[in-house]
Design a protein around this ligand. Structure first.
Ligand code: SF4
Ligand code: SF4
Length: 299
């Protein structure tokens, strides 16, 4: 069944497909746990596609500002969910990226229920499904495409064999620091990191001052979909229990910027290609000189 679903995903243009068992989310709090949405969840399927490298070209050249969203086209998520239900007769819940509803305001529908808008962390789910790792910048890196990924999640009662956790290393973290060095605003703090444990895989995340990223003239964009802190890994996980970190406290009340095409992320992509980490190859390098940067916030 899993191979049939993987083949179907491929047939509709999806280039990423991974399965996590529900147990891989054990220990997470109710408001980010798949079982809060689907109590009988057995498998979490993460699907996705690569964002074409050409999508970054205009920003890289400083000419055409395009947007690279990490949210997979919702029609594809719905298509997969529909196919799972039709082929297996098990329920499949598409976890759709959308503007969160705000009612009922400020309280759960019952005392034993989590707050509304349970949020599945896309990056956590992707790592749990064996698709890759999370970088120092908090982005999903896949061995095929680096940080050029767009993702969708489906929760299902269907039991599928989970994929192994990715065992390679793509981000060298503090031994690399290229993203840190290129950021003109010094938004990424190498002296303040948090360690995330996902299914036994340790990931070091640097604290990022998203208040500065929100003003970044180097390719960042708003992300109007996400208004919830956990979605962007703005929490420190310790023993799979989240703890809001200092910088995120303010941010959980506001939307988080999309830094996918900012100079930090493009530098990361260039670094991963240059060091031969990625399996998707190109005839010409992504970058052949120093990137442009607006050094100042005085525009
Ligand atoms: S540039 Fe990329 S690989 Fe290097 S530390 Fe930053 S996130 Fe990691
Ligand atoms: S988005 Fe801009 S300000 Fe934020 S880390 Fe990247 S380069 Fe720095």
């Amino acid at each position: 069944m899993k191979e049939m679903l993987r083949d179907y995903a491929r047939s509709i243009g999806l280039t990423l497909f991974g399965v996590a068992s529900a147990e891989r989310f054990d220990g997470l709090p109710q408001n980010v746990h798949p079982a809060s949405i689907l109590p009988e969840v057995r498998s979490v399927i993460v699907i996705g596609a690569d964002i074409p490298r050409g999508n970054y070209r205009g920003v890289e050249e400083g000419t055409l500002w395009s947007f690279a969203s990490k949210y997979l086209d919702q029609r594809l998520v719905l298509d997969m969910a529909r196919t799972i239900e039709q082929q297996t007769h098990f329920e499949a819940v598409p976890y759709l990226a959308h503007f969160p509803k705000v009612a009922p305001r400020s309280r759960p529908v019952a005392p034993d229920r989590p707050m509304y808008n349970v949020t599945i962390n896309l990056e956590y789910a992707a790592v749990a499904a064996g698709l890759g790792e999370i970088s120092l910048l908090g982005q999903l890196l896949t061995p095929q495409y680096g940080n050029r990924n767009t993702l969708g999640v489906i929760l299902t009662e269907l039991e599928l064999e989970p994929d192994p956790i990715y065992a390679g290393t793509l981000c060298d973290g503090l031994a690399c620091r290229e993203c840190i060095a290129v950021c003109p605003a010094h938004s990424i703090n190498p002296d303040k990191t948090v360690t995330l444990d996902i299914c036994g895989r340790q990931t070091v995340l640097a604290e990022i001052n998203y208040n500065l990223c929100r003003l970044c003239p180097n390719g960042a964009a708003p992300d109007f979909i996400n208004k919830v802190g956990q979605e962007e890994l703005m929490v420190e996980f310790s023993g799979n229990q989240p703890k809001i970190v200092e910088t995120s406290t303010a941010l959980t009340r506001r939307n988080v910027p999309n830094i996918a095409t900012a100079v930090c992320s493009r530098t990361c992509l260039n670094h991963l290609e240059k060091t031969g980490r990625l399996t998707q190859k190109y005839v010409n390098p992504f970058r052949d000189g120093e990137p442009w940067r607006l050094e100042t916030w005085e525009r």
